[in-house]
Design a protein around this ligand. Structure first.
Ligand SMILES: [Zn+2]
Length: 390
């Protein structure tokens, strides 16, 4: 197996753009790429341009009527009323020019990453343009039009016939991907996210375990608002290790939303960069232990695009490329280039300093609640193991 790693990138990934006021901003992909360039962690031969997913590929998960509606919306040929049926033209997911093409590149980027890894060309691959986990079969939702993760898993099942573990560390529940494979025992989904009591999309309860043959292959940890590093990591590490050992996947797909950080404006979790260092380190370790390294990673949410997302996402690549995270100061060339445009002072180090994160008064209570959740979830990971090989 080659030790090559691939970074999926071209300007086509930056065309997914609703409007200037919208919190979903793909400039974070460019900021991350430039941060990696500044520390000389990406060589030209590491980069593959994303291809555009074909309509047949999109239709592995999405309905033809929905794809057609997205195409028409991008050409200004879908009325507001027609759009509402498909979740298009809402405040969360407005219509924009050529939205079908822009969305197809995000999906194509994840498919490019999948093919790079499963053809043996690379051992790991990263598509930061992807991770649009809220997209449904026939409905846009939560900033997501096409669900690249769901399409990619359908594609892996069809083309490579492998067992897929999907791990979603976005602060929002990975609902679109979970429901897409809720009855499928060959696809296991695990999402750790802020409880849906106050946060979109509201699902992701610990009792959502899958149905029919897929029962026992859906895992959720809806952690409390204001959860901090230690508790997040305790749950993530314990659960991921148990689930991977229970399911024994052939390949791991991770969704790396970076919106659980204290700075994120849309969620109430209170983690620091420590979490975004551990997340890829563990995925990397377990991919090598269980899947001969086969690991595909995508981006996801992340709305503090200046201070949080570039550092968090650059660490995924650092782990893929070198097996370890970056430390010390951020490169001054990157800071100099972007500090004028950033509306907030940029951090100067890879790691967050502890002083920046005050103790949460309810810390102990939150940790105890989260621990109970972990115990409840782990009960499901010890179901009698089914033999899926035959
Ligand atoms: Zn999110």
């Amino acid at each position: 197996m080659s030790e090559q790693v691939k970074f999926i990138f071209s300007d086509d990934l930056l065309t997914y753009h609703f409007n200037p006021e919208h919190p979903f901003n793909q400039k974070r992909v460019l900021l991350t790429k430039e941060l990696l360039d500044a520390v000389e962690l990406i060589q030209a031969e590491d980069i593959i341009a994303p291809r555009k997913a074909t309509e047949e590929e999109l239709a592995l998960f999405h309905s033809r009527e929905y794809i057609d509606a997205v195409k028409r919306a991008g050409k200004d040929k879908l009325t507001k009323e027609q759009g509402m049926v498909f979740g298009l033209g809402t405040e969360d997911t407005p219509m924009f020019t050529d939205m079908h093409d822009a969305s197809s590149y995000l999906v194509g980027g994840t498919l490019t990453a999948v093919d790079a890894v499963l053809s043996g060309e690379a051992i790991h691959a990263l598509n930061l343009g992807g991770g649009l986990h809220h997209g449904f079969e026939r409905q846009a939702s939560g900033f997501c039009i096409y669900n690249d993760g769901a399409v990619a898993i359908k594609y892996i099942r069809e083309k490579y016939n492998l067992k897929v573990l999907y791990v979603d560390t976005d602060a929002h529940h990975g609902d679109g991907v979970q429901w897409a494979f809720y009855d499928d025992p060959y696809v296991c989904t695990f999402s750790i996210h802020e409880t849906g009591r106050y946060l979109f999309p509201g699902t992701g309860d610990v009792r959502e375990r899958g149905i029919k043959a897929g029962h026992g292959y859906s895992f959720n940890l809806p952690i409390d608002a204001y959860t901090q590093d230690e508790s997040f990591l305790q749950l993530y590490e314990t659960a991921f290790k148990e689930i991977v050992d229970y399911f024994k996947p052939d390949v791991i797909l991770t969704q790396n939303g970076a919106d659980a950080h204290t700075f994120d404006p849309l969620t109430h979790l209170c983690t620091s960069m420590a979490v975004y260092e551990k997340i890829p380190l563990l995925a990397h370790e377990l991919a090598h232990e269980y899947c001969s390294g086969k690991w595909i990673a995508t981006g996801g949410g992340g709305y503090d695009i200046w201070r949080t997302v570039p550092r968090a996402w650059a660490q995924i690549w650092s782990v893929m490329k070198r097996g370890k995270v970056m430390n010390g100061d951020l490169p001054s060339s990157w800071l100099k280039k972007w500090e004028k445009e950033s509306p907030v002072p940029l951090p100067t180090t890879w790691h967050d300093s502890k002083e920046a994160f005050p103790e949460i008064p309810r810390k102990l209570e939150i940790e105890e609640k989260n621990l109970k959740l972990l115990e409840a979830m782990l009960k499901y990971a010890t179901l009698p193991k089914q033999n899926l090989q035959g």
